[in-house]
Design a protein around this ligand. Structure first.
Ligand SMILES: [Zn+2]
Length: 325
């Protein structure tokens, strides 16, 4: 945990703090704003009840979208508006400095899969989803509805459900206000009543993949309890969107295996998402407890395969371009 909080300050962090101070100036909207959500495939009968589940609770998948998870209150000092503003601040900085995949075969597909999760989630805000041109296995979200998926994450997904699973986990961090709750926790421990964003000297996490931007560690490194909650909500969202929730486990298991054989392939921030046996057992038992079994129809991988081929081509071109200089 201490290591996770270790400061990795970058020059840009100071710039961002200044930027925040001057954030009254209007920021330009990201160029590829979120597309209209696609249709949903509900996996449950409306009004059906699951034994032992309290209606309206975090366990109740019938109440997804109507539940209030981690909103402003004792454990979250920040309004949705502040969360939005802070997420947008970093999203704008990332949008200016990261290298993105712009090929519509890739971006349309990833956006479609992500928006299908969003409409089946507890989030009420629209999401902007972008693909970062980096072979690393990584994905992160920012408060207010920004999701960044790295090309390497897509390349390592065996099927659409696995990709959807990781995106659902990241979307769940946003829906459950984990960044704001994490900052609230840190403020209690370290900064007393001073809002961390005003205190300035926080620990940042420099994002890989050409994004020379440091975001506050509290935005991308969460407590184990929040990670567990994101798993729990993530499998609910993917189930509701029509995906096999077991695929989330499958992907994290792959990350675990790769962490041993190819540690450099996984971003440091993402390494915390590998599948410990405890974590797998917990997700499995949660799936059994609250998600009614159904016959799963695996989504064929034709479209994902086409996306992967494009990404491989883009990466090859970039490598060759670099070698020429
Ligand atoms: Zn997470």
């Amino acid at each position: 945990m201490n290591a996770a909080r270790r400061a990795s300050k970058t020059v840009t962090l100071a710039g961002l703090v200044l930027l925040f101070a001057a954030s009254s100036s209007p920021q330009s909207a990201p160029s590829n704003a979120s597309a209209a959500p696609t249709g949903t495939e509900k996996g449950i009968e409306p009004g059906s009840r699951i034994a032992g589940v309290i209606p309206g609770s975090i366990d109740d998948i019938n109440a997804i979208g109507k539940r209030r998870i981690g909103g402003r209150g004792k454990g979250n000092w920040y309004s949705a508006d502040t969360e939005n503003r802070m997420g947008k601040l970093y999203a704008d900085a990332i949008n200016q400095s990261a290298r993105f995949v712009t090929d519509p075969t890739v971006t349309d597909y990833v956006n479609r899969v992500g928006q299908k999760i969003v409409v089946n989630s507890d989030c009420k805000m629209p999401f902007t989803i972008r693909v970062i041109d980096s072979p690393q296995i990584n994905a992160f979200s920012l408060p207010g509805g920004y999701l960044y998926v790295y090309a390497g994450l897509i390349q390592n997904a065996a099927n659409e459900a696995e990709l959807a699973g990781v995106m659902a986990h990241e979307i769940a961090h946003v829906c459950a206000h984990h960044a704001a709750r994490e900052m609230t926790r840190l403020n209690y421990a370290q900064f007393g009543a001073i809002p961390l964003v005003m205190a300035g000297g926080w620990s940042g996490v420099a994002l890989a993949g050409g994004a020379d931007v440091a975001v506050p560690a509290a935005y991308v490194r969460f407590s184990r309890a929040f990670e567990a909650e994101a798993d729990y909500l993530g499998v609910q969202y993917m189930y509701l969107a029509g995906y096999d929730p077991q695929a989330l486990i499958a992907y994290f298991e792959r990350v675990q295996a790769l962490a041993a054989s190819k540690p450099g392939a996984i971003a440091r921030e993402f390494a915390g998402h590998s599948a410990t046996s405890e974590r797998i057992a917990r997700i499995r038992s949660e799936i059994v407890r609250i998600l009614p079994p159904r016959e799963e129809h695996p989504v064929d991988a034709v479209e994902l395969d086409a996306v992967k081929m494009r990404l491989a081509k883009i990466e090859k071109q970039r490598r060759e371009g670099v070698e020429e200089h």
